[in-house]
Write a protein that binds this ligand. Structure first.
Ligand code: GCO
Ligand code: MN
Ligand code: MN
Length: 409
């Protein structure tokens, strides 16, 4: 093939997107509680060893593109749009008003705000560091994020504690750090109760997000399960206001099965919010688009969530790859992620209604019958238990559409 001239490359992308087909209309996409984070749309491709590959994009452009694609909600860190120098000053409210207008103009709602307590140098030792002035500043940022959330009409606040942990063991006393972290959350909930009362709004749902690895010797709350234990530790003044925002990839990173993690959160009634993306176990937080690596695993996750009636947001917390252009972010990255999600959601519905899956599950629960003696129990269930593997295979068939007559060979 001859080289593709620069000016012909966008039309090539457009043509191959059209040939691929399978995309949903903005109206269809809007039926789902999906949010597009400011930081995902504006991500320029930078990382520890990597320079940016894309040009900067402002919030107006992100919100406009989300509106056009049919992503109904937007989410933001307090510092994504408002610079650190403007935060906590009157100037921030002028920016919030511009955000509000952009949301309004494009038919997009703000679902979630999140406080950045990891990027700024003041948080080098986390927002729960030893020096009281660091913690006081952290509390001001947390409470201010609650204020911004209410001003923008959000219902969720997310906290990813970033470098809550240490590089050098012994320098930090872990129980103390956890108490200080709880103090910050307590201050955020207290402020929330006050503002919600003033405004006649419901309080926010405060969601903790775990990530097992960062460039740290130890992260103190590395997994959703650790956070569940923390929520019920007695350190929180309002444990009923605090739940989880698990992230699919973060659970995969430590070797967890996302579906089992979510099941534990569901049982505790703490699955408030869910960051959706994809990637690889025991690797860096690559944050690829949902379902692009592990579609079968994702199908399993959605079957669980659908069958338990999860109604919270699905937040597209992914990073368009460095190889994707600014144009590609809106032409390929976002719409393809949303469309894979919707397709997998629909297939999950088919799994739940599939007669093979239903009969196999019912047969396993019925058991072999009648046996009391241990050898009899083993014998009575021997053939039935093959159904586990058959169900795994059936999930694969449902994923690739064999139940709809798709055939090979
Ligand atoms: C990540 C983190 C962040 C958080 C965000 C919300 O994947 O690096 O998940 O994207 O979700 O900071 O607090
Ligand atoms: Mn991540
Ligand atoms: Mn996340």
């Amino acid at each position: 093939m001859a080289p593709i001239a620069k000016e012909k490359q966008r039309s090539l992308i457009d043509r191959l997107v059209a040939v691929s087909g399978g995309s949903y209309s903005p109206e269809e996409r809007r039926k789902y509680y999906i949010s597009g984070p400011q930081w995902a749309g504006a991500y320029e491709g930078q990382a520890l060893f990597h320079a940016p590959t894309r040009e900067p994009v402002g919030f107006e452009e992100v919100i406009r593109n989300l509106g056009e694609l049919g992503v109904s909600c937007w989410a933001t860190h307090d510092s994504d749009v408002i610079g650190a120098d403007d935060l906590l000053t009157d100037r921030q409210w002028a920016i919030v008003a511009r955000i509000d207008k952009a949301l309004d103009d494009n038919g997009v709602r703000c679902s979630m705000v999140t406080c950045e307590t990891f990027f700024h140098p003041v948080f080098a030792a986390s927002a729960a560091a030893e020096a009281p002035e660091i913690r006081r500043y952290g509390v001001r940022r947390l409470q201010n994020t609650v204020d911004i959330g209410h001003a923008l009409g959000a219902h969720y606040a997310v906290y990813w504690p970033g470098t809550l942990g240490y590089m050098v063991q012994g320098a930090v006393e872990e129980t103390q750090m956890l108490r200080w972290f709880a103090d910050g959350l307590n201050a955020a909930c207290k402020r929330d109760i006050e503002v919600a009362r003033e405004k006649g709004r419901p309080t926010l749902k405060h969601c903790l997000e775990a990530k097992p690895f960062e460039p740290q010797a130890q992260i103190i709350l590395p997994s959703s399960d650790a956070m569940l234990a923390f929520i019920s530790s007695g350190l929180l003044d309002h444990p009923e206001m605090v739940g989880l925002n698990p992230e699919y990839l973060h659970e995969l990173m430590w070797g967890g099965a996302a579906r089992a993690v979510l099941a534990r959160a569901l049982l505790c009634k703490k699955l408030f919010h869910f960051d959706i993306n994809d990637g690889y176990p025991l690797k860096h937080d690559v944050d690829l688009g949902v379902g692009i690596v592990n579609p079968l695993d994702w199908l399993n996750v959605l079957v669980l969530l659908r069958s338990h009636g999860y109604e919270g947001p699905f937040n597209l917390d992914f990073k368009p790859p460095r190889t994707t252009s600014n144009y590609g972010v809106w032409k390929v990255s976002f719409p393809s992620a949303v469309d894979r999600f919707i397709t997998l959601w629909n297939i999950a519905g088919e799994v739940m209604e599939d007669p093979v899956m239903q009969e196999a599950a019912a047969a396993l629960k019925a058991g072999g019958g009648g046996a009391e003696d241990v050898d009899d129990i083993v014998a009575a269930n021997k053939e039935l238990l093959t159904l586990h593997e058959l169900m795994g295979h059936r999930m694969f068939q449902l994923l690739i559409g064999q139940h709809r007559g798709r055939a090979f060979g």
